[in-house]
Design a binder for this molecule. Structure first.
Ligand code: SF4
Ligand code: SF4
Ligand code: SF4
Length: 341
């Protein structure tokens, strides 16, 4: 019986696509052999094909009746390899400007940020925004349900979804079943690997590395039922933080504040207040109708603050004091004596 659930809210209006989150995660968790190609945190430009390539078309999750949908395992090249670069030649080769940084060996066909900053729409209404993604630590995890070894489990005390490497035999049914394609295969150890929601940090009262290191202050963290937390206010009270692709049926616990956009320009170059630069149909395809409702709430609260009134919602989103974002997980990691196991 699940007792509590940790959750993250990402405000897409603040993400600048700097990838600090991805690097913070890589530095901490996926530097060792077998994990070189893994990016448990990715940041893709939307509209875009994403990581792994075209992941939204790879199936998995559950249909409206709760039945498992067929999926397929992403190929390694669809995630992108851990490329080798000619760093030594460029930095220590003594050839000055005659040599450029390039991938060694076979030319890459895809990678985590392959279509970065391309976006969509027709000029002058072209647009893009960034979409950071981690495992959603779902309430109804398709990965867990698909594993015949019961190697994936959800912790009762905080809802974190983990892989038990001692039980995992590397069958990869989880990779097939996860509709967000957020599980990687570690060929070195023959097991599945995924985001652990920075469990060792969280257990000591420290927010996840991807949240704490984010210079854009995009990520809120905390228990969903903690009424004092920003997560609770954004998800439960104001309902402006919504899951990505709720129709996948897994009940994600990562939520997004959808991106605001200016009005579209008409053929005379004037703003058309009836149309948004980011088409509503596109936003609905990502976040459902709840995403559009969230934007309407945001717009109404912004109007209030412009008129000089206060707004709990806008103050929560601005978070002048960074520690307000982390639902009590604001301990300074440098004060902890970390012991390597
Ligand atoms: Fe966006 Fe923050 Fe990640 Fe930078 S660190 S890409 S601002 S979520
Ligand atoms: Fe499992 Fe995928 Fe949900 Fe993560 S996002 S808990 S890997 S189904
Ligand atoms: Fe990586 Fe931790 Fe963020 Fe998961 S929560 S993506 S493990 S930094």
């Amino acid at each position: 019986m699940l007792q509590r659930q940790l959750a993250m809210v990402m405000d897409l209006n603040k993400c600048v696509g700097c990838h600090t989150c991805s690097l913070a995660c890589k530095q901490l968790w996926t530097g060792d052999e077998g994990r070189e190609h893994m990016w448990w945190n990715t940041v893709n430009t939307m509209p875009g094909r994403g990581t792994p390539r075209d992941w939204e078309g790879l199936g998995g999750g559950f249909d409206a009746q709760g039945q498992a949908r067929a999926g397929r395992i992403p190929r390694r090249g669809e995630f992108g390899e851990a490329w080798e670069f000619n760093h030594r030649e460029v930095f220590f080769g003594g050839r000055g400007r005659d040599v450029q940084l390039r991938v060694q060996g076979e030319a890459p066909q895809w990678g985590p940020n392959w279509d970065e900053d391309q976006g969509g729409g027709e000029y002058p209404n072209s647009f893009y925004f960034y979409l950071p993604r981690i495992c959603n630590h779902c309430t109804h995890p398709a990965c867990l349900e698909a594993c015949p070894r019961r190697a994936i489990f959800k912790r009762q005390e905080d809802g974190i979804v983990l892989v038990d490497e001692d039980r995992c035999k590397g069958y990869r049914f989880c990779m097939e079943a996860c509709p967000y394609k957020k599980i990687y295969f570690n060929a070195e150890r023959g097991v599945a690997n995924k985001c652990i929601l920075c469990l060792p940090r969280v257990e000591k009262g420290v927010a996840t590395a991807c949240a704490r290191q984010c210079p854009g202050r995009v990520r809120f963290f905390g228990f969903r039922d903690d009424e004092g937390s920003a997560v609770y206010r954004l998800v439960e009270r104001w309902k402006v933080a919504v899951p990505l692709h709720p129709e996948y049926g897994t009940g994600p616990n990562v939520f997004y504040i959808p991106p605001l956009a200016p009005a579209a320009l008409n053929e005379r170059g004037e703003f058309d207040p009836r149309r948004s630069r980011i088409p509503e149909d596109y936003l609905r395809s990502l976040f459902g109708q709840a995403g559009l409702d969230a934007l309407a709430t945001l717009a109404a609260e912004m109007k209030k603050t412009r008129a000089g009134e206060s707004s709990e919602l806008i103050e929560t989103l601005v978070s002048i004091d960074w520690s307000d974002m982390f639902g009590g997980f604001d301990r300074d990691p440098s004060t902890i004596r970390w012991v390597k196991s």
